[in-house]
Design a binder for this molecule. Sequence first.
Ligand code: PLP
Length: 472
Amino acid sequence: MVEIQSNSLLIELRRDGGAALHRQIEAAIRDAVRAGRLRIGTALPPTRTLAGDLGVSRGVVVEAYQQLVAEGYLTSRPGGYTEVAIGQEPAAPAVPSEPAPPPMIDFAYGRSDVSHFPRAVWMRSIRRVLADAPNERFLYLSGRGMPELREALAGYLNRVRGASVDPDNMVIVNGYAQGIALTIAVLAQSGARRLAVEDPSADDDARLVAAAAGIEVVGVPVDRDGIRVDLLERTDADAVVLTPSHQWPTGGVLSAESRAAVLRWAARRGALIVEDDYDAEYRYDRAPIGAIQGLAPDSVVYAGSASKTLAPGLRLGWLVVPRRLADAVATAKVVADRGSPALDQLVFADFLTRGEFDRHLRRMRPVYRRRRDALLAALREKAPMLEPVGIAAGLHLVTWLPPEVDEAAVVSAAAARGVAVNGVTPYRLTSTGPGGLIFGYSSLSERAIVDGVTVIGEILSRGGVGSGRARS
Ligand SMILES: Cc1ncc(COP(=O)(O)O)c(C=O)c1O
């Protein structure tokens, strides 16, 4: 038996003396039309082409097509081509539902002002790296990442964040999101059963990943200084994820006493502290507080990210891990993706070693500070019932709502007037507390900030957003 296949149409001919060739072609096309594989309007290959593909005379294909035209499966079009005449219309492209209009003023958190991304300087680093990097830098890397970048970051973190970093204990990752995922994977491998997180806290990274890995997530309430260490001590957690330099979202800064207490807790339990240092670079009114990692490098996984300092789309982040975990985390990185892109790492290393990162931060701090100040002034003037907290650092602040005001009602009334703002409550695990609004101000002009706060102030002063019950 010899089977012959066409390239232009899926037809297999059997030349074992069975059915006539033109009948086999007819049957194949008929079946394809009935099954919907050939849809109405589909052009068939010219008879000469199909005949050539199948190794049959053109007359065989002409006979098959004529028969199918007679049966109504095919139709001949002027110009000498043949197309499918029956069957289902091709599925109409789904009509996209009307997208919601984008908010006119968006107090989104978690972004930097990417319109200030230092494109020209970054471009110079790209050019230098492409001109100078040795060929082997474009091969597969070790899971730890590019040595040049680890070296440059270690210098930066030791100098600016008071960290204690050995480049051998660093792993370059695709942002904090991957850093926390790899850390939790390694915790799970080592048998960790319970992870403590701040309550409220971000709901799209550690909490999700730990739950997916079968690790129980325990929320520990925060107060104005960050996590309540007295309550952390009551958990049986194997690790805790903290944002000590600017609690997300409430903005508390963990005091020196609390830092020492967390470290004592970790040492007693043999627990790991994951320090998410996500926007430590922006401090406005108070001296920077060093990273906890610098106090206890063997108990802390330090996680940093370029998302707030440069741009989230870069997906550049770094972990500094206790020496005993470095191989395991690097292996997890290799398993995840065989390493972050080489070029981006080299470019960032060049940018850092030339002092451009420091220069960029020096340029951005006053920009963000002006926006923060505009926000605080607008809150005072237009929405004095809102109490801002966590204002000394970062790119967002929280305002607590008066007890009688319903957070969700304010968020949706603001959205209806083109102002997007997030509530705090969706980020709570089990803690209770006042409603609050999260004002990200990094990407808004001072004018837009004032306008947005004015809208929210009007919503609050007009009423109609009450919970109907006073909170205690
Ligand atoms: C609490 C917190 N940590 C870390 C990050 C940075 O995440 P990534 O580096 O994955 O962009 C963010 C970004 O919004 C954040 O809000």
